[in-house]
Design a binder for this molecule. Structure first.
Ligand code: CTP
Length: 395
């Protein structure tokens, strides 16, 4: 099965700006990218492997000799969707321009045919040096994208051109290059999050373990990508997201009414909320005394997604979620078909996994079958991967 499409190799050259790349790594992760850090041996003088491993959650190597059985340079090159090298020093730029392969990073670059982005950072004299400029011209002619260094204070008393750009600028240029910035502009995305509560009396309710984190991550990702986002939140104890229109609901019937209002004008619905399948036949206005709380008669709630199927217009897309403890693929496929979905993400919730966590593992399935398997990725990553798949479907 193909990978997520969001694998980035973050190459780190041996310059002091290596420490700023720690923030870059974090922001890439927030944007749903899965990052493997490959520092040059010199870069480890500034920031050590322990920092990169702790931040990325992945093993970090800088030499081809460290992980020989895995043939790391080929494995990394095959896995990557993008290679971003920040900072790129004068020496690293020279080695890349000459096709050298004398550490893991330069081997990976040679073995890979994906987009490569360099963020040079060095002293102005080194940047303006004809040798460096010639090397940069060579790399540009070979398709490398160069993010020009900033002008400003450098290490020591000097200032000039050669400063490592602010993280925001690097990300903006990176996103523009890979076509990710504002790629949902003009789309109206409706997201539901959390879990409904069905009141038994003023104190008690039937609920579920959904925290709302996944739905909020999707809303956050969609707004960052330029969509117009409406989030219907069912009992989520999470801060509002700037720019996202919010409706708060408690029960399945309130959620149903909110969907009836918002779905007709949406291009896509991402139905993350866990809807209680049943509610008490009667809700008591007064707290039921414990001696009378011996049984609760239930009536089924409507299946909200299945009911929307009839009103779905051509061009509208619906992504559903499934929480399963067994036979993930077959159970989810039944829901995909039965509820008229375009895509479903099924996660394995056995032993209380996923609920409340910042990480998720599961399978994305469409009408053709399983598309992607995600193994312990952040909910931010899943959010972006689902939006990538949605865009693929919208065309
Ligand atoms: N869903 C819904 N209305 C319901 C129950 C679920 O719209 N009454 C939606 C959920 O928001 C989710 C998808 O259907 O996107 C699958 O939910 P899930 O709880 O996994 O499945 P159920 O249909 O409730 O089936 P079961 O509980 O038997 O697994």
């Amino acid at each position: 099965m193909p990978r997520s499409g969001r694998e980035v190799i973050l190459g780190i050259g041996g310059g002091i700006a290596a420490y700023k790349a720690c923030d870059l790594l974090r922001r890439l992760q927030d944007a749903g990218f899965l990052v493997t850090v490959v520092p040059t041996p010199a870069a480890l003088n500034f920031v050590g492997s322990a920092t990169w491993e702790a931040l990325s959650g992945r093993r970090v190597y800088s030499q081809v000799w460290e992980n020989v059985p895995d043939v790391a340079h080929v494995a990394l090159a095959e896995k990557a969707n993008y290679i971003l090298i920040a900072p790129a020093t004068a020496d690293l730029i020279a080695r890349l321009a000459h096709g050298r392969a004398d550490d893991l990073l330069t081997n990976v670059v040679l073995a890979s045919d994906v987009p490569k982005i360099l963020v040079p950072a060095m002293h102005p004299n080194m940047w303006r040096n004809q040798a460096t400029q010639a090397n940069v011209t060579t790399l540009r002619s070979r398709g490398f994208h160069i993010i020009d260094p900033d002008i400003g204070r450098l290490t020591g008393p000097d200032s000039g051109v050669g400063r490592f750009p602010e993280t925001g600028r690097i990300l903006k240029e990176f996103y523009e290059l890979i076509g990710y910035l504002d790629d949902l502009k003009g789309k109206r995305i409706l997201v539901t999050a959390g879990g409904t509560r069905e009141a038994i009396d003023p104190v008690r309710y039937i609920g579920n373990r959904s925290s709302g984190k996944q739905g909020f991550a999707i809303a956050q990702a969609a707004i960052a990508r330029g969509a117009e986002v409406h989030l219907i939140a069912a009992n989520c104890n999470l801060p509002d997201i700037p720019g996202v229109a919010m409706t708060s609901v408690e029960s399945a019937s309130e959620l149903e009414r909110a969907l009836a209002r918002e779905f007709p004008s949406a291009d896509a619905l991402i139905m993350c909320a866990a809807v209680a399948d049943a509610r008490p036949v009667q809700t008591s206005d007064r707290k039921i005394k414990k001696e009378f709380l011996t049984e609760i008669s239930l009536v089924a709630n409507p299946d909200l997604l299945a009911s929307l199927k009839a009103s779905k217009k051509p061009g509208q897309r619906i992504i559903g979620f499934a929480a399963e403890t067994q036979d993930l693929e077959s159970n989810a496929t039944v829901k995909l078909t039965g509820k008229g979905l375009d895509l479903i993400y099924v996660n394995d919730v056995s032993q209380g996994a996923i609920f409340g966590s910042d990480f998720t593992s599961g399978i994305i399935i469409d009408k053709t079958g399983p598309l992607l398997t995600l193994d312990n990725v952040s909910k931010d990553t899943l959010a972006h991967v689902l939006l990538d798949q949605l865009l693929r479907q919208i065309g």
